[in-house]
Ligand binder design. Structure first.
Ligand code: ARG
Length: 459
């Protein structure tokens, strides 16, 4: 059979052109969505009296047969038929004869491909919300086991103030919660139907777009036919949301890589989530965390790629837009891979409480608290800061930590110091003193865990 659009042409397509312009090698991933859209479209054609019901039935049966063959891997797609849309139409005509040619009435590949992409992303977005939820559960699980585990909190990667490990885990739960909310918000734009826009201007047939929208579960239809076929904002938005998720994951990856180094030794990733070295027998490398961190780059690349593709592109459909797919598919794969591995990797991670505690005992992360102590005794904060700065310097010069100082030594710096300074300096006290909403005090963290559990059950 010749090309579906062959009528106007007198020459065969150049072989290289055929290969260069074809998208079937990658858009075959849209086969299910393409058939789903066609089933609704043809039903509408029947309902609106555009084609007879007996033809509708034949076409629907034919589409189901083609779908079955595709699922069973019995179909060989052809580059000559360019893309998934024409491959399926060809297969349909092979299946049921020329009546199959009625399917494309009142429709263009331009509104068809846009519809397929909306259907595809709609499904993926729900899957990603589920995967993010699972990751949140894993983080919450670790948080619950470590509401008493204290580690140094860092700024500038320098020890700053002690925090609960649970608090650190819950920070990521909040970040992923924003990601979930962004995906959910994007859903209403993804869940808008372009079909019925035709090639760009609408169609002469008395179609019913609302009917198709309802059948396919779309909440809304595009208001403007030109916009419907030109819009790829929803894919940009998805790539942007995916980039944000990868960015969040990469920050956690970086911490896992640092924390599992000998220098920190704060966590140990399960053997099942690490790999070894071909030469150094002692090595256990956090490859998954490194690779997720690395793959963040390709997702950003796809986002910038699509934005650049769309920049200055005139309305309506342009063949350039075929380039919207591979980056999207690759992003879906990359994100799926990362999220699927991450939840179990976090769940099985061992937290080295003693090592974290040791780190806190051997640092000055309680220094802010003695400044606050002096403030509570009436000294202005700026002066207290100066006094404690000097105290810390004295400790460094004498190879001591604050808790090692005698009361007399403290008194050299301020006579406001009393015996109760030793309670103030205990890491538990330092942590629990930060008893503000969102702070690291254990009762605040327990409440944060409760709130997160309630929220994740809702999503
Ligand atoms: N394969 C094309 C794409 O993915 C489908 C739409 C083609 N439309 C057209 N008028 N050539 O963008």
């Amino acid at each position: 059979m010749s090309k579906l659009w062959g009528g106007r042409f007198t020459k065969k397509t150049d072989q290289l052109v055929e290969e260069y312009t074809a998208s079937i090698s990658f858009d075959q991933l849209l086969a299910e969505e393409d058939i789903q859209g066609s089933l609704a479209h043809v039903q509408m054609l029947g309902k609106c009296g555009i084609i007879p019901y007996e033809d509708v039935d034949k076409i629907r049966e034919g589409l189901h047969a083609v779908l079955g063959k595709i699922r069973r891997g019995e179909v060989e797609f052809s580059v000559a038929d360019e893309d998934i849309h024409m491959n399926i139409e060809k297969l349909l005509i092979e299946e049921i004869g020329s009546v199959g040619g009625k399917l494309h009435t009142g429709r263009s590949r331009n509104d068809q491909v846009a519809t397929d992409m909306h259907l595809y992303l709609r499904k993926r977005v729900n899957e990603f919300v589920d995967l993010l939820n699972k990751l949140q559960q894993a983080l919450i699980g670790q948080a619950k086991q470590h509401v008493e585990t204290i580690l140094p909190g860092y700024t500038h990667l320098q020890r700053a103030q002690p925090i609960l490990f649970a608090h650190h885990m819950m920070a990521y739960v909040s970040m992923f919660q924003r990601d979930i909310e962004r995906l959910q918000d994007s859903f209403k734009r993804i869940n808008t139907l372009p079909l019925g826009a035709g090639a760009l201007a609408g169609t002469t047939f008395p179609i019913d777009r609302e009917f198709v929208a309802e059948r396919l579960g779309f909440e809304r239809i595009y208001d403007n036919s030109l916009d419907a076929v030109s819009d790829r904002d929803f894919i940009v938005e998805f790539l942007s949301n995916a980039s944000m998720i990868m960015m969040h994951l990469s920050r956690l990856c970086e911490e896992l890589v640092l924390w599992s180094s000998n220098e920190f030794d704060f966590v140990e990733l399960d053997d099942a989530f690490c790999t070894g070295s071909s030469i150094m027998p002692q090595k256990k490398n956090p490859d998954v965390a490194e690779l997720v961190r690395g793959k963040t780059g390709r997702v950003y690349g796809h986002l910038v790629g699509l934005l650049t593709l769309l920049k200055s592109l005139p309305l309506a459909y342009n063949k350039d837009m075929q380039e919207d797919k591979e980056g999207m598919f690759d992003t879906v794969n990359t994100l799926q891979g990362a999220l699927q591995l991450f939840a179990p990797m976090i769940e099985t991670m061992t937290v080295n409480k003693d090592q974290m505690r040791q780190a806190v005992n051997e640092d000055f992360s309680n220094a802010t608290d003695i400044a606050d102590y002096l403030v509570n005794k009436g000294l202005p904060f700026r002066q207290a800061h100066e006094v404690i700065g000097k105290t810390v310097l004295y400790c460094i010069q004498n190879k001591k930590f604050l808790l090692d100082l005698e009361l007399e030594e403290f008194k050299q710096f301020s006579n406001l110091f009393e015996k109760d300074i030793y309670d103030t300096l205990q890491p538990e006290q330092v942590v629990n003193a930060r008893n503000v909403y969102g702070g690291t005090a254990s009762n605040q963290v327990l409440e944060a865990i409760n709130r997160a559990e309630a929220a994740t059950q809702e999503t």
